[in-house]
Write a protein that binds this ligand. Structure first.
Ligand SMILES: Cc1cc2nc3c(=O)[nH]c(=O)nc-3n(C[C@H](O)[C@H](O)[C@H](O)COP(=O)(O)OP(=O)(O)OC[C@H]3O[C@@H](n4cnc5c(N)ncnc54)[C@H](O)[C@@H]3O)c2cc1C
Length: 393
């Protein structure tokens, strides 16, 4: 990180965690009336390969960084049949993580009051009117807020009832043209034979280069070689490529929680605010969080500019949370194959409406219209389960 090291023991804001969410928050502070605040970003400083994809129907902050964007998406069902969807006024974009991080670092380095410490965070505690972050490099005090994106989100990788988006992806490059770049393949369920929700996700960024990501929405993680073998088989089955035909340029993997946040987000009177994955910014039914994190961080900074208030770090909409709970329960129950659930949504709805729904921008009437398109029995069963669970809590 190109930023200066710590010059003080006390800062106005301490950002505990300097990954995507922490740096997004710092970026929006740098653009606000809070830009003169003393800020310390603390992170252990280990970064892995990562892409940030999102869809949007309007220009957004980092569009210029997109390596590629698509106006059409493929949906391949397990039947198998394929649908090429024109995503109307939306565009699906892919940003390379390294490009995004280096852009943000350049922007942050324009603010001499933003400092960076590479250290292991040990704990957060309260001291008088401020709060303290203890690290392997000593303790630092925040007079105003600790913005925490490092604390683990309550999702247990060993528990099958806790749904996760788990995946491993390869960027492969051929020395001959092989990929059609006019559409991204959001879901390829031709690889799914059981009830578990598993699919291939393909982003062809050039005729010679594409990202292949073998992905599950499920509770049980696999060994890395499992996903790798799936990618190799897929490259052979659908593109006729053997290992001699391509170069493996990058590998990325992840486990993203697909759970609603069991804790209520903090309000702006509190000193310790969780953001990013820690703060429940991930959309539980999709595992996407980049676009939401930009929106939530921007809104959070705008609220902080106005001073302390009872506003929550992120809005809480019980109706949307319940819809997510039901959807997740259907995937956990596996009474119907995950591929069938998505098939009903993609084949029976307008793509624009579906993307709007997944972005949580639909009205309740539009939500109900979408709910009519899903298989009744597993959804009613899951809905009753979630209601029963909330009653016995
Ligand atoms: C490979 C990958 C691809 C993804 N692709 C997409 C995508 O296409 N679209 C999308 O919307 N989302 C995507 N996601 C999900 C999400 O956008 C990312 O997980 C994102 O990084 C979340 O940001 P965050 O700041 O919450 O967490 P992180 O970026 O993980 O930041 C947390 C930070 O805390 C630091 N930290 C943790 N513990 C400590 C400690 N004890 N001491 C010091 N530092 C610590 C870490 O070093 C890290 O930098 C992807 C995730 C992964 C892993």
């Amino acid at each position: 990180m190109q930023l200066p090291g710590p010059a003080y023991r006390e800062y106005d804001f301490i950002l505990a965690g300097g990954g995507m969410a922490g740096l997004s928050f710092a970026y929006y502070v740098g653009q606000s009336s809070l830009s003169n605040k003393r800020i310390l970003i603390i992170d252990r400083g280990v970064r892995h390969e990562q892409t940030f994809c999102y869809w949007s129907d309007e220009p957004s902050e980092f569009d210029a960084l997109a390596e590629k964007s698509w106006d059409s998406l493929y949906f391949h069902s397990a039947r198998p049949s394929s649908l090429k969807i024109d995503i109307e006024h939306y565009s699906y974009r892919k940003i390379n993580g390294n490009a995004w991080f280096s852009h943000i670092e350049t922007e942050l380095s324009k603010h001499p009051n933003i400092h960076y410490l590479q250290a292991e965070i040990e704990s957060i505690s309260y001291q008088g009117l401020g709060s303290c972050v203890s690290t392997s490099e000593g303790s630092f005090y925040a007079s105003e807020k600790i913005i925490d994106s490092f604390s683990p989100f309550p999702c247990d990788n060993a528990k099958p009832q806790h749904l996760k988006q788990h995946f491993l992806g390869w960027v492969v490059e051929c020395n001959f043209n092989n990929f059609e770049t006019d559409a991204a393949h959001l879901f390829d369920f031709r690889v799914a034979f059981g009830k578990e929700c598993e699919f291939m996700y393909v982003l062809p960024t050039s005729p010679r280069k594409a990202l292949f990501e073998y992905t599950f929405f499920s509770g049980t993680l696999r060994e890395p070689d499992y996903y790798r073998d799936k990618i190799k088989s897929y490259l052979f089955a659908y593109y006729g490529l053997t290992e001699d035909d391509y170069l493996l340029k990058e590998e990325e993997s992840g486990v993203i929680p697909m759970r609603n946040n069991p804790n209520k987000p903090a309000n702006l009177y509190e000193k310790h605010l969780k953001i990013g994955t820690s703060g429940g910014f991930v959309k539980s039914t999709t595992g996407y969080s980049f676009y939401r994190t930009q929106k939530f961080c921007k809104d959070l900074v705008a609220m902080l500019e106005k001073g302390p208030s009872a506003s929550l770090v992120i809005p809480v909409n019980p109706w949307k949370i319940w819809l997510d709970e039901v959807f997740l329960q259907v995937l956990i129950d596996q009474k119907i194959a995950g591929s069938k659930v998505f098939e009903s949504l993609f084949y029976k709805n307008k793509p624009g409406l579906l993307l709007k729904f997944l972005q949580e921008e639909t009205s309740w009437k539009e939500d109900l219209r979408l709910m009519w398109s899903v298989p009744t029995f597993p959804f009613v069963r899951a809905a009753l389960k979630t209601i029963y669970r909330s009653k016995i809590k």
